[in-house]
Write a protein that binds this ligand. Structure first.
Ligand code: ATP
Ligand code: MG
Ligand code: MG
Ligand code: MG
Length: 445
């Protein structure tokens, strides 16, 4: 170690030099055996994600998320973070290991039944692997003896793995036993304030699904084992969905069948319309809890008269891995993945000419283009891949690219070698093919 080295270290930029990811080097093993059907346990998104090497099956309802899928998942989490923080959400991370004692106090240790993964430590103390965190977060708040009304509303959220021993894990990431959820918990000074918080979270959910370009509906829902008095689900209409939804043909009423008195065929809201049924994938769920948990755990705040009061609560879930798979489910074709633009693992794939072909000498142009797109457009840094499998025909590589769903594929061929070089650009969203100069391509992207 010398002073000379030290100064080099201090001066070197913190950003690592970007190398262009090469398709041949991305760990993306296809997991689909020839002729694999998977029966009623599989669906389009599961099949496509296995085929493209995005996920790898482990125990029932558990998956390895491989590098390409993880890029999408991390993009989704960043967008969720933006939306939750825009309404004042603060990110935390709570232990997955939850003491049975807390769940006994809320009465849910028994209620959760077989869906809960239970275990004991070396001292025979019982725990569960958190299926949700109302107990934990309320206990956390209850430990704060000086929480003031000035600090409310308080919105704490996390994006963590949840564990549920589902009776029938199926449809890949749509119903896992170990999955990512965003769960937010709100604490307010009054019922009225809690209702406002509830509304603002519902709006944030709407914005999120709009940004992803997904068709979604918000329906009234059952409060189930979580409890409370008001609840909505965010659903993506899809035939593979396991939820049955009712929509009135006359008014705005919409609900999950689980809530609705199905003896009646008329709409419970307008009483004249009839209810039509369709299927949906539940991607989010909001609950107004009132003081159900805060009373049990004594989660209090000091009000403006300096008196301790029980906080009003809400809880708000988003199925993160379910949203990823559900987007693939509803946007893709039978044999090609289509992503919400913001979630595509990579934005651009560049196709150099085939090895030994007469345009082979354009290979370096492809490499230069990949490098310079990232340099010209900072938001494309790390988003451009080079399909260096040049022993394969362009046709075969384009088929793979379509299957993986890059929003833009750029073919470097004959026209790239001309005096005014042009690149063939395939746009996934519109299905268009264009020949563009590098400048026009940069503008497009
Ligand atoms: P479902 O009715 O599909 O079993 P839930 O009503 O039990 O879901 P919640 O307790 O409302 O689920 O959890 C919040 C969100 O977590 C759900 O809206 C869903 O998007 C997601 N989720 C729930 N269970 C799973 C699972 N097994 N795999 C993936 N995501 C899930
Ligand atoms: Mg469930
Ligand atoms: Mg449900
Ligand atoms: Mg639910």
């Amino acid at each position: 170690f010398s002073a000379e080295n030290a100064s080099v270290n201090i001066q070197s930029p913190s950003k690592p030099c970007m190398s262009i990811p090469k398709v041949s080097r991305i760990f993306q093993p296809s997991n689909l055996r020839e002729g694999y059907e998977g029966g009623d346990m599989t669906c389009r998104s599961q099949r496509l994600m296995l085929q493209a090497g995005l996920i790898h099956p482990s125990n029932p309802g558990c998956f390895y998320y491989l590098p390409t899928a993880l890029r999408s998942l991390e993009k989704l989490v960043r967008i969720i973070d933006e939306e939750m923080q825009a309404i004042g959400g603060q990110k935390v991370d709570m232990p997955a290991l939850c003491a049975a004692e807390l769940w006994r106090r809320s009465g849910r240790w028994e209620l959760m039944g077989k869906e809960m993964f239970r275990l004991q430590d070396r001292h025979d103390i019982e725990y569960c692997l958190g299926p949700t965190h109302e107990e934990a977060v309320t206990e956390l708040l209850a430990s704060q003896s000086t929480l003031s009304y000035r600090q409310l509303p308080l919105l704490l959220y996390q994006v963590t793995r949840k564990f549920r021993d589902e009776q029938k894990p199926k449809f890949g990431l749509l119903r896992g036993r170990e999955f990512y959820m965003k769960d937010m918990y709100s604490f307010d000074i009054s019922e009225e304030a809690a209702q406002q918080t509830y509304e603002s979270v519902c709006h944030a959910y709407g914005r999120l699904f709009n940004r992803l370009g997904l068709r979604w509906v918000q329906v009234q829902a059952d409060t189930g084992k979580i409890g409370g008095t008001l609840s909505h689900e965010f659903q993506l209409p899809a035939d593979v969905g396991e939820d049955r939804l009712l929509f009135c043909n006359n008014c705005t009423f919409s609900a999950n069948v689980e809530t609705v008195n199905t003896e009646e065929t008329n709409c419970p809201q307008c009483h004249t319309g009839t209810l039509n049924e369709s299927k949906g994938i539940e991607v989010g769920h909001t609950f107004y809890l009132g003081t159900k948990y805060s009373e049990v755990f004594n989660a209090m705040f000091i009000n403006s008269q300096n008196k301790p009061m029980v906080a009003e609560m809400g809880c708000f879930g988003l199925g993160v891995t379910r949203i990823l798979a559900a987007s693939v489910e509803v946007l893709s074709t039978e044999d090609a993945i289509r992503w919400p633009g913001l979630l595509a693992p990579y934005q651009v794939c560049i196709q150099p000419p085939k090895k030994g072909s007469k345009t082979h000498s354009a290979t370096h142009l492809a490499e230069e283009l990949a490098q310079s797109l990232g340099d010209c457009l900072p938001n494309l840094r790390g988003e451009v891949v080079l399909d260096d499998r040049t022993q394969l025909t362009i046709g075969k590589r384009l088929k793979d690219a379509s299957r993986l769903g890059y929003p833009y594929v750029v073919v470097v061929g004959q026209k790239a070698m001309e005096e005014q070089p042009l690149f063939e650009v395939l746009c996934q969203g519109t299905g268009e093919t264009m020949f563009l100069s590098k400048e026009a391509l940069v503008d497009l992207l």
